[in-house]
Design a binder for this molecule. Structure first.
Ligand code: HEC
Ligand code: HEC
Ligand code: HEC
Ligand code: HEC
Ligand code: HEC
Length: 367
């Protein structure tokens, strides 16, 4: 066992070195090489190993014909259906069991996550570049996507909690005395029936926080709402897609595209997922290096915060934040703003640890 691990580690180093020498290769090609190489080693039979060996490094895509969508997410996220990769870091990790009822070859990825389906670099694919209208939905915000297909009918209450809370808050705060949604309400402010197709989560949250900062001269009142209420209202507004093509088209069931990487039987997946113990070998591999400054604008911090003359004025300027706050404070705050400031209004952005580290290192340079 120990010997096997040593051999595997040496092989990994070799793979990583090979990658370092091939810098002209696109990012996605590197993930594919690492994946096919490791997958051969982890294969549970020689037939499986042979299958991986014959895979070509190429762009992979899923066409979701009823929605006219083409998703290339699996060009990098190759292991979404691979039970041998339950313990791997992203983008080479097995997806949660949700894909058993929504098989990728029929649903693709962007119906739930949003993002730029055709793009093949990380931040652009995730819709996390300034100006993208399809910012990836993170954390609880993904409820908006589930709701578009399921409404409240077939979902457990936990999967619609934010939407229900948002609808209640909108009624309590009487937003419809100025706005229309689906023909109801007044017209002092713009119609919100399709607002979820025009604005992303951060813009909506920012507008609720401070309307004049988003639209100078705005007469929309500043509501004294909590962070939790703002999140719920935002998730609800994201479900307002106007006449966007109905995502719950029943033809979904008969789409017959077959995607080679998913040759594993979906029905086998759950038991394998549960049986597999994490061997930890992959954990130290870091695939993607964030540039903290780029991420600051990509993650949407600039919608609300200014650095120098650039950015929004919804939250405080961060031009000299590195003088005022320490590393640990920033790290805690970005991972859970409500734990540091229960009554504050900065939203929970559901960032992962690697993103937080990169952002914090950048913020500390602002002095
Ligand atoms: C060029 C390669 C690439 C493509 C294409 C790509 N991703 Fe990713 N994705 C990554 C990498 C790398 C990570 C891990 C980044 C990290 O550790 O923060 C990741 C992480 C993620 C995560 C987890 C983010 C988190 O909270 O930690 C989600 C969800 C995701 N991708 C969805 C998608 C979707 C949906 C698409 C298609 C629209 C897509 N990705 C296309 C490379 C890619
Ligand atoms: C039916 C909706 C749905 C579809 C389709 C879907 N996902 Fe997900 N995905 C989710 C949800 C929800 C989560 C969060 C984990 C959970 O609750 O299952 C998630 C988690 C992830 C994560 C890990 C990030 C995290 O928060 O743990 C990645 C990466 C990811 N998805 C990529 C993809 C890719 C790539 C595809 C397309 C092959 C895809 N997803 C298709 C709903 C979906
Ligand atoms: C594009 C439309 C679409 C989206 C988006 C979507 N679903 Fe589904 N979902 C379906 C369809 C269609 C089925 C039925 C699958 C089948 O029977 O072939 C289903 C099945 C399910 C089931 C299984 C129900 C059962 O009776 O077996 C659950 C649970 C579920 N979805 C939860 C979710 C969650 C949670 C999300 C958001 C993360 C989500 N869905 C997003 C279309 C969607
Ligand atoms: C007193 C009238 C009034 C009330 C009450 C009001 N709004 Fe507004 N709202 C406006 C006006 C006027 C605008 C257009 C100016 C602007 O962009 O702020 C607007 C703009 C918006 C926008 C941006 C629309 C866009 O196209 O970008 C959103 C989102 C919004 N309101 C949501 C809400 C929500 C949610 C509530 C309830 C919590 C609410 N509003 C309550 C008057 C109001
Ligand atoms: C929707 C608006 C919004 C977005 C997006 C946003 N913030 Fe904030 N942020 C705020 C508000 C408002 C405050 C003021 C404190 C409060 O009310 O919670 C704040 C406070 C902060 C502070 C603390 C400043 C201090 O010293 O008190 C930091 C640091 C910060 N934000 C960083 C970020 C980073 C990094 C991002 C992007 C990952 C981000 N923010 C995204 C609204 C936002």
């Amino acid at each position: 066992m120990k010997l096997a691990l040593t051999i595997l580690s040496i092989a990994l180093v070799a793979v990583l070195l090979a990658i370092a020498w091939s810098e002209e290769n696109p990012e996605w090609a590197n993930y594919q090489r690492v994946y096919f190489d490791l997958a051969q080693r982890r294969a549970q039979s020689s037939t499986q190993a042979d299958w991986y060996r014959t895979q070509r490094v190429e762009i992979r895509q899923i066409s979701v014909a009823p929605l006219k969508r083409v998703d290339r997410c699996t060009t990098c996220h190759l292991a979404v259906a691979d039970p041998n990769f339950a313990d791997a870091p992203e983008p080479l990790r097995l997806h949660s069991a949700l894909l058993q009822s929504h098989p990728p070859e029929r649903f693709g990825c962007t119906v739930c996550h949003r993002g730029e389906g055709r793009a093949v670099t990380t931040l652009t694919a995730h819709g996390e570049v300034p100006g993208s209208s399809v910012r990836m939905l993170r954390g609880e915000y993904v409820q908006a996507a589930c709701y578009l297909c399921h409404a409240e009918k077939t979902l457990p209450p936990a999967a619609t909690s934010e939407i229900v809370a948002g609808e209640i808050a909108i009624n309590q705060l009487r937003c419809l005395r100025c706005h229309q949604i689906d023909g109801m309400g007044e017209s002092e402010g713009p119609d919100l029936s399709a607002i979820g197709s025009r604005r992303d989560a951060l813009e909506l949250d920012a507008h609720l926080l401070n309307p004049p900062a988003m639209n100078s001269g705005s007469t929309m009142p500043i509501f004294p709402i909590t962070r939790a209420q703002a999140q719920a209202i935002t998730v609800y507004l994201l479900t307002q897609q106007g006449d966007a093509p109905p995502a719950n088209d029943v033809r979904y069931r008969s789409a017959n595209f077959r995607f080679s990487i998913f040759d594993f039987r979906l029905s086998d997946r759950k038991s394998k997922f549960e049986n597999r113990k994490s061997d930890g070998v992959l954990a130290p591999i870091v695939f993607f290096r964030y540039d903290g400054q780029q991420l600051f604008w990509a993650a949407g911090c600039g919608v609300c915060h200014r650095i120098g003359n650039e950015g929004g004025a919804v939250g405080p300027a961060l031009t000299r934040i590195g003088r005022v706050r320490e590393r640990d404070w920033l790290r805690r705050y970005l991972s859970d703003p409500s734990a540091v400031r229960p009554d504050g209004r900065m939203p929970q952005l559901y960032l992962n640890d690697r993103e937080i580290d990169a952002l914090v290192e950048f913020l500390l340079t602002l002095r």
